[in-house]
Design a protein around this ligand. Sequence first.
Ligand code: SF4
Length: 220
Amino acid sequence: MNFYKRMSEQAGLLLKQNILLVSHTEENTELLGPYRRFVIWVHGCCFDCEGCLAENTKNGAYTEMSVAELAERILSCDVEGITISGGEPFLQAEALSELIVKIRRVRDTGVIIYSGFTQEELQENTACRKLLNMTDILIDGRYIKELDDGRAYIGSSNQRLHYLSERYKTVGQEYYAAPKRRAEIKFTKDKVTLIGVPSGRVLDIWKKVKEKSGGIISDF
Ligand code: SF4
């Protein structure tokens, strides 16, 4: 059984060609990488990290979006790049590679990916290597609650930040050396969203907001 079938079956995903399973998107934030970014939280993950802050990307609602539709939405936004998180982005490596090719045909766009796989694990698979080759920054590794050291933009100390191109090497030094975490709780008409890697204080507020909502509010 190949990698995709194995890992996506483990995550309960039914993947289709040119279709992305998307839990949530955010059109303009600076909380998940330098400059203004379009953020995609893909649906589905094959891991089970204790303390995962993205449970809803695994068990919650999601939308099937065509690569073309999502590319069009991204290109309609005034952003420097995209950040892909989840869930586990590399379970949808083929469709994400197609997305990046489509966007970059029109506009030079930076790509940052958060993955639960390590870079070494990703190098073992052809489709993952292809997506890695299009990635400017990779933040890799499972989230380990006991190793959560409060570092800005990164969940736990085992996770590594890899500059895979020159694109963010200079601006990234300052951005990722920020002294504390930044995250926001965003209220819109029909949902409440937690964006960014939260500090313990923001996380407590977020938990209280969810408790008080009696289950109406969820992460996405
Ligand atoms: S890899 Fe990320 S989304 Fe998946 S279980 Fe771990 S923390 Fe959650």
